[in-house]
Design a protein around this ligand. Sequence first.
Ligand code: C2O
Ligand code: CU
Ligand code: CU
Length: 586
Amino acid sequence: MTPREPRARLTRRRLLHLTGLGAGAALAGPWRRGGRAAAAAQDGALTIDLAAVIEPAPLRPGAPTTLWRYRAAVTAGDPARLQAVDGPFPGPIVRLREGMTFTADFTNRLREDTTVHWHGLNVPHEMDGHPMDLVAPGAGRRYSYEVRNPAGMYWFHPHPHGRTGAQVYRGLSGLLIVDEAPGDPRLAALPADLAELPLVLQDRTLDDVNALVYTQSPMGFLGDDLFVNGRERYRATVAPRPYRLRLLNGSNHRIFKLGWRDGAPLTVIGTDGGLLDAPVEKPYVMLGPAERIELLADFRGAAPGTQRSLDTLSFRDDSMAMGFRWPQGGAGDVAAFVVAAAPESRRRVWLPVGYVRRSPAATGAVPPAPPAGGDSGPGDAVAGSRDARSFAQPAAAAPAVCRVPAPSRSAAADGAAASTPPTARRAAAGASDGVPADRTIVLRMQAGQFTLNGRTFEHEAVADDEIVMLGADEVWAFVNEGMGGGPGPGPGPGMGMSGPHLMHVHLVRFKVVERTTDGRHAAAYASVAEGLVDEGWKDTVLVMPGETVKIRATFGDFTGLYLVHCHMLEHEDQGMMRNFRVDPPA
Ligand code: C2O
Ligand code: CU
Ligand code: CU
């Protein structure tokens, strides 16, 4: 592995950080599985108040940055199910378990329409946050559904058509973690004293007065600097124990190619849909917008002060998102993990679920950055932090209750499904397709817009070939035509309308069953290929230029209108999104 080329500006900011905001290092505590029986007699439901608010947060020394973010409070159920990341954004972590009923009483305190979409969750269409179900400023609505997903890390974010990118960029996103049932064999195969650390990677550009800069270019927006859990130059103090690093790429457009700086392989233990049957090793891992990856990082036996760094490595994407200071595929620092002096250090502890702590005062838990108070800045104040009465971020130091989720009835069934060997194969360039596709979706630049089969988003319209039968088991082929070539009115050679896309399907989880590449973007493909993780359940998949990715999903649980789109949010907002409708069998 070649040495990093640190971006000079970051180095300068690092100095500022050491004297300013840099003290927020967190020591992630042990995640104790099992333990005493849950005190909560009734843990079958969780109800929260959730609000999208505008408020300032200190991201850098100097003026606070006006963020739009989610605030939440538990109104019924175990308060420990609401947690915070160890930084100012994104907004809360909601801990769920399969089979429970989750309800969010949502209030929109922005000055524009929004919705809340529960990315990766299998929910009825009216709960999916579809852009047709807008919540107006000042209005609210109840989202309520049974958690039907198996354990995994999912997330939630706005989905109003044309504004998703801007709203997510300003800070609106949160994590939904569905915890494994105790006794999950996949968990049992991992080290026993596993701690966890959720890490949300988001690139952002701040101007001279620390305001977020965003332009809605249809080609995509790339931030100048990386924020992990809202913190620049992210450093976590870790205990000398094994960690489950749970990463979400919450960026609008940026793709990461993650690798350890010391050149060691990454141990991947999970993907979008939860833990793999068995860990896999990769030299590096690709993580596109909305994708999740879980890594095992073992700090056992490491001397105090030992530091391990996670980087994003350079790669080629052949896209035309140019003119950004930190280009797509540019190398950079992601996170540093520094081993603490003593495993039981109480200096700063980030509380994972199930971690028992009798005295809240003793934890020294890192709370989310407090609102700086006062108005949130020119033109932005709607409700702001003064209305935090019912929407205060739950204190991380709230009395935690150790919970033993009841064994899930479907755990066995799910285990069986998960043990299906992945059938993905990576075909050599030019190889003919193997798995027949039920549907083909061509990703193409046409008349200046990215399209799906030549179409852009049409609100509630569904074409004949976008109707799926309830219960159908289908293979979909995403064909990224890339530059030039392919049938239909694609761009001619030299137009440069290529680049990767991140295809996301609502409602279902899927397996990648085949990848083929036409060889026209061989160098770009070669720079990412070894980092594609097709072993597990996915809901979002990277499709490189010139590549065809086939996925297989069962459209099992609900009828109604759902979305398929590119999760590069500027592509989505300019229309690279379509409805599909699940109909009951005739
Ligand atoms: Cu996270 Cu329709 O998206
Ligand atoms: Cu989604
Ligand atoms: Cu795209």
